[in-house]
Ligand binder design. Structure first.
Ligand SMILES: Nc1ncnc2c1ncn2[C@@H]1O[C@H](COP(=O)(O)OP(=O)(O)OP(=O)(O)O)[C@@H](O)[C@H]1O
Ligand SMILES: [Mg+2]
Length: 479
């Protein structure tokens, strides 16, 4: 590789001409095209948002534009990247033309440490050491990653991993960046920083940026155009039309904290860290959740929310302190990456997996699928669902088991407005039936509408626990 790829300015960064795509059909499944006759043109230097409901085809579209991750299936029409057909790009051309950061956990991070992750793609391209060092240093500096540089990637928080993945895509100095839901795991402050970093790459370096997102309003001030995928085709949307989703309509009041209810889990003066040499993640942390309510834990990226949930679930043992878990036999932890809970070959089998020990059967499983909008994909392999569909599936699976304690890590991650509404109804119903629902989330709109109390995790402990409305009234910066 020798410097940046030269492309004449009139050549579009991305051009789709009459593109249709269908995934291979599964046995017993009639596969219909995801995209049909799509034509679109993104000039160089654009900052383009791609929106659409869960399962609309955003990820499919982005992946088709990066040869190494293009999905298998039947593709017709033509995709041109910087004027060249996508299928003609070799590995080096592809690296210089397109940087791609996938959604969720999709093969994002492959190396043990952050610096190895950043050097990985350059090593594969056979770049010399000095140039490699310069690029890695420059990108780390630009994105403020120096603090993370020597960290193990397995120990990064979700938001930190998202920044590292962006950095790893940038070191090859691509002309265009394709990002799939890059802000979904970021706290509100980090999200603003991330948006600004993209803005600078776009305006200062002239990099074309294409972002698939369910939170377009967060990036709209920086964007120059927007495409919506709907009904297998793509339309242009004026940026002014992008607004935050309406408040959740729950149809009933969320009752405030029934403090008299019995505790579902109690943590007292707990200390937790990932190794004897590592800093404490939880320090003298106390927390209690009660049956019959939905409560929220908020806090910055890396503040320890997921660690706290793992501790409350008993998945991680604390080093010091006490924990009482009366619901040990009836609890569920919904992890940040829902794939960890998937074990079966079809959506229906997945929903039925815990039926034997629980009081539900196939009719309830089918009803849950309908309710979550998964009625048409019951026979499909869960790994062939879109990310949002998968998140809904895992929530449905957990809700069918009716756990007395549900610990949910980012339950609305990557969900569209309708799916968010469905998840809110589901969690509320569980709590009304007597379960304790504890969610760790950056989705403050969701917290506002649903949680009776909100706790903020800071410096390893619970800095405050308050009725939710009071929390938002007092916290001018957080919300
Ligand atoms: N490997 C696959 N095999 C079969 N069908 C698939 C596969 N991957 C995705 N699909 C289907 O293709 C459609 C588009 O999925 P895609 O992941 O592109 O949607 P998306 O817009 O990115 O959704 P989300 O907002 O949930 O991320 C969905 O109906 C999905 O179920
Ligand atoms: Mg997607």
């Amino acid at each position: 590789m020798d410097g940046r790829l030269a492309v004449e300015s009139h050549v579009p960064a991305l051009e789709l001409s009459n593109v249709s795509f269908a995934y291979p059909s599964a046995p017993g499944d009639v596969s219909s095209p995801v995209l049909e006759g799509v034509s679109a043109r993104i000039p160089q230097g654009e900052f383009c948002l791609v929106v659409g409901a869960n399962g609309a085809g955003k990820t499919t579209l982005l992946r088709l534009c990066k040869p190494e991750v293009a999905p298998a299936g039947s593709l017709t029409g033509e995709i041109r990247i910087m004027g060249r057909r996508a299928c003609d790009l070799d590995v080096a051309d592809s690296a210089r033309s397109v940087g791609y950061v996938g959604q969720g956990d999709d093969g994002r991070i492959v190396c043990d440490t952050v610096w190895q992750e950043l050097a990985f793609c350059l090593e594969n391209l056979g770049m010399d050491q000095a140039e490699m060092r310069r690029r890695v240093a420059e990108v780390s500096y630009r994105l403020g990653l120096e603090q993370l540089f020597r960290r193990r990637t397995s120990e990064l928080s979700g938001g930190q991993a998202q920044m590292v993945a962006l950095a790893a895509a940038l070191v090859a100095e691509p002309r265009m960046l394709l990002l799939d839901e890059p802000t979904s795991m970021l706290d509100p402050i980090a999200r603003a920083d991330f948006a600004h970093a993209l803005f600078k790459l776009n305006r200062e370096l002239g990099m074309t940026v294409v972002v698939a997102t369910h939170e377009p309003w967060a990036l709209a001030p920086y964007a120059t155009s927007c495409l919506r995928i709907e009904g297998r085709s793509v339309q242009t949307v004026p940026l002014e039309e992008l607004s935050a989703p309406p408040e959740l309509a729950l149809g009933r009041a969320v009752t405030t904290s029934p403090a008299a209810n019995d505790a579902a889990v109690t943590l007292s003066e707990a200390w937790q860290r990932y190794g004897v040499q590592e800093p404490w993640v939880l320090r003298d942390c106390s927390y209690r959740a009660r049956h019959g309510e939905v409560v929220a834990i908020v806090g910055g990226n890396g503040s320890g929310k997921s660690t706290l949930l793992h501790v409350l679930a008993g998945v991680q043992r604390i080093r010091r302190g006490r924990i009482e878990r009366p619901d040990e036999a009836s609890q569920a932890l919904l992890p940040q990456h829902p794939e960890a809970l998937l074990a079966c070959d079809s959506v229906l089998d997945e929903l039925m997996e815990w039926s034997s020990g629980q009081a539900y059967g196939e009719p309830e499983a089918r009803a849950m699928a309908e309710r979550l909008g998964l009625g048409d994909v019951l026979g499909r392999d869960p790994f062939d669902l879109s990310h949002g569909q998968r998140q809904l599936l895992v929530l449905g699976k957990v809700a069918l088991a009716r756990p007395r304690l549900l610990l949910a890590d980012e339950p609305t991650l990557g969900l569209d407005a309708l799916a968010r509404q469905r998840v809110a109804e589901l969690l509320l119903e569980l709590s009304e039936a007597g379960s304790a629902v504890v969610m760790a989330t950056h989705d403050l709109g969701f917290v506002r509408s649903l949680a009776t109390t909100t706790s903020m995790l800071f410096d390893g402990g619970i800095a405050c626990t308050m009725p939710t409305h009071e929390f938002f009234e007092r916290n001018v910066l957080y919300g």
